[in-house]
Design a protein around this ligand. Structure first.
Ligand SMILES: [Zn+2]
Length: 224
């Protein structure tokens, strides 16, 4: 059993990479947000307790998140890519203890490193052709003819509202501020691996693959 965490800001491609690892290695993506939603949908006593808290945007106790996570991990025997937990150092400590209780450990923490300015432009610059769905970026890959779709030659485009550059920048800033202590935590424990998240999806995926493969080989190398 291998437990992996991928850290990276919104838009860095965490979800995509988690799915690729899942397909490649047969591991299971475990999102604590989904576990909570699933528990509520099941109508269990715990679900009934959680529902009003979640609906009011309240804070779920670490012990509950951890219990849900622990139960889920017990169902998995190959590997888990844990998403949404931990977010704080206290949660990281609690996760450590929980895994240890189950004779497991956190094996890999992967930090998708991004250039915030470029990532913000990648996200905020996105727009697409209303007619054919072709995707452009105003900073990196605009239509050859300004205002005219390369493929269908139509001139109507659409852009997501919450993708304004300053909104995206703010989102990334908040993420960095909140996550830095966690990165420091795992850097100190020696579990952190950095991957350049600004490369293509395929290149990021193959780097992560190398990290996992190396990790899987490690115990045998020690024995020899
Ligand atoms: Zn078009």
């Amino acid at each position: 059993m291998i437990n992996i965490i991928i850290l990276g800001p919104p838009g860095a491609g965490k979800g995509t990479q988690a799915r690729l690892i899942q397909d490649k290695f047969g591991y299971t993506q475990v999102s604590t947000g989904e576990l909570v939603r699933h528990e509520i949908a099941s109508g269990s006593t715990l679900g009934k307790y959680l529902q009003p808290i979640v609906e009011s945007g309240g804070y779920l106790e670490d012990t509950i998140m951890l219990e849900l996570l622990e139960n889920k991990l017990k169902e998995i025997d190959s590997g888990a890519i844990i998403d949404g937990f931990p977010r704080t150092e206290n949660q990281a400590d609690a996760l450590y203890e929980m895994l240890k209780r189950n004779h497991q450990q956190l094996d890999l923490v992967i930090d998708l490193k991004v250039d915030k300015d470029i990532l913000a432009k990648r996200i905020a610059g996105r727009f697409s052709c209303v007619n054919c769905g072709a995707i452009y970026n105003q900073y990196f890959s605009p239509p050859a003819d300004e205002g005219k779709c390369d493929y269908c030659k139509k001139t109507e485009f659409v852009k997501r509202k919450d993708d304004a550059l300053e909104v995206v920048n703010k989102r990334l800033e908040i993420y960095t501020e909140k996550t830095q202590p966690l990165l420091d935590y795992y850097e100190k424990s020696g579990q952190l691996s950095h991957v350049d998240g600004m490369q293509s999806v395929d290149d990021v995926a193959s780097q992560i693959e190398v990290l996992i493969t190396k990790y899987l080989k490690k115990p045998q190398m020690c024995v020899n």
